[in-house]
Design a protein around this ligand. Structure first.
Ligand code: BGC
Length: 263
């Protein structure tokens, strides 16, 4: 469907699991050249299998270890893409982290850890991609995996909500700076999606019911539904889409508490 993605070089941070893994599979099926980034060596075996799968589908893939919160690691990631695949077309800042802690008990280190991964990591990735696109005069694409919590406050996750709120303004600001060069920068904001990280909470009947009550579509989403939006935003099909956020959330951001017509 998105034929222009064939042979495009795409970096996906945090592609060892969850939504990042689904992006990798989707871009692999589109026959792109995929640079899989992961931090923990526990994902190594899985990544080997993903590389094989992408190659079987007619794509190409390499895996590069690195922590998005470490500037040199992100610079290395972009260099590896260019050295091994000849260029960079699409940068997907996807790596993220979340853990609930009441705000008054959260240490500065715990606050910063999430900001460093979710926000500063995406900044470094965006900056390095923009630098490359400008140098090569390339109309590249940058996508960030954000969250419905770039707009919905999230008690016990103050660091996460702050990082995603920041990510929204960062994306909009950078898009405003670089749209004139044909560089498209957009966010994807998933809601409740089943992944390795969330499947435990969503299999608890009470949490599941409470979550479904916040979703007009009355279903928990899956990672393919998010990856399909990434393909759309990365492809020339969306060539006039700049500086925006697509919510993939079954309507969660749409004030579902008002569903009964009260208020
Ligand atoms: C989080 C999920 C959560 C969802 C809706 C996402 O950003 O990663 O854990 O279920 O927001 O609250």
């Amino acid at each position: 469907m998105y034929q222009d993605l064939e042979s495009k070089v795409v970096i996906i941070t945090g592609s060892g699991s969850g939504i990042g893994k689904a992006y990798a599979e989707a871009f692999g099926k589109a026959k792109a050249k995929v640079v899989l980034n992961y931090r923990s060596s526990k994902h190594e075996q899985e990544l080997k299998e993903m590389i094989k799968e992408i190659e079987n589908n007619g794509g190409k893939a390499i895996a590069v270890q690195g922590d998005v919160a470490v500037e040199e690691d992100v610079i290395n990631l972009v260099n590896q893409a260019v050295e091994q695949f000849g260029t960079l077309d699409i940068m997907i800042n996807n790596a993220g982290f979340e853990k609930p802690i009441p705000s008054h008990e959260m240490s500065v280190d715990e606050f910063k850890k999430v900001i460093d991964i979710n926000l500063t990591g995406a900044f470094i990735g965006s900056r390095e991609a923009v630098k490359y696109f400008l140098k090569e005069d390339k109309k590249g694409v940058i996508l960030n995996t954000s969250s419905v919590h770039d707009t919905i406050p999230w008690p016990y996750y103050v660091n996460y909500a702050a990082s995603k709120g920041g990510l929204k303004k960062m994306m909009e600001t950078m898009s405003m700076e670089y749209a004139q060069y044909g560089i498209r920068i957009n966010n994807i904001s998933p809601g409740a999606i089943v992944t390795e990280h969330t499947k435990e909470k969503f299999s608890d009947p009470e949490t599941r019911e409470e979550t479904l009550a916040m979703i007009p579509a009355k279903e928990i989403g899956n990672t393919d539904q998010v990856a399909n939006v990434a393909l759309f935003l990365a492809s020339d099909v969306s060539s006039y889409v700049h500086g925006t956020t697509i919510y993939v959330d079954g309507g969660m951001t749409n004030y579902p508490a008002f569903m009964g017509g009260k208020g």
